[in-house]
Ligand binder design. Structure first.
Ligand SMILES: [Fe+2]
Ligand SMILES: [Fe+2]
Length: 189
């Protein structure tokens, strides 16, 4: 029997179940590795670990949410991004919590910064931040998260520009990564 992160947690405030949380992490990991294999940029040796851990803060937060927090988070974002909504409701967001946790584990600083800014890569202009933002948004495409894609379309453009990534390259990562994902899911299922 396999034990996965998030098993038994109520992640509904983030629109997730433990299963969809885990499949999102594996999808982001797969697209991140596809970007690395296509040499989109030199992301560094911690890139895959950052991709797998990037949303870990959701697991931590979900254990501490009050019923009022859960209700406010579920009500939606009223125009701002989900991360901004978390910050308004909780005074902290899952990316910041992931950074605190990975720092407390003494993980490398580039990984800590990448997870902290994976929704706001312009704030820490580093290839790994942009390199996490892009596969995260490709995962949303597969998950049909249209609202989140629209809210963060500007940051996708920023990250593509920072890495010199064309739309053709993005589409090839999406295509080849999706093929790779089917194989990866077999391994993790
Ligand atoms: Fe995230
Ligand atoms: Fe994510």
């Amino acid at each position: 029997m396999s034990v996965r992160p998030g098993q038994g947690l109520d992640l509904s405030a983030f629109g997730l179940t433990p299963e969809t949380y885990w499949s999102h992490c594996v999808t982001v990991l797969t697209f991140a590795e596809e970007m690395a294999s296509k040499k989109v940029a030199r992301f560094g040796e911690n890139f895959s670990t950052a991709a797998l851990l990037h949303d870990f803060g959701k697991l931590v937060l979900s254990e501490h949410l009050t019923p009022e927090h859960r209700e406010l988070l579920r009500q939606g974002t009223s125009g701002c991004s989900m991360v901004e909504h978390e910050s308004r409701v909780l005074s902290v967001n899952h990316a910041e919590v992931t950074a605190v946790v990975t720092q407390s584990w003494d993980l490398p600083e580039d990984l800590v910064k990448a997870v902290q800014y994976h929704h706001s890569p312009a704030e820490f202009d580093h290839p790994m931040c942009h390199g996490l933002n892009i596969p995260n948004q490709l995962a949303w495409r597969l998950e049909s998260r249209a609202a989140q894609l629209e809210q963060e379309s500007e940051s996708l453009a920023v990250s593509m520009s920072a890495l010199g990534m064309t739309s053709e390259k993005l589409n090839s990562v999406l295509h080849d990564g999706s093929v790779r994902l089917e194989e990866t899911m077999e391994i993790y299922s």
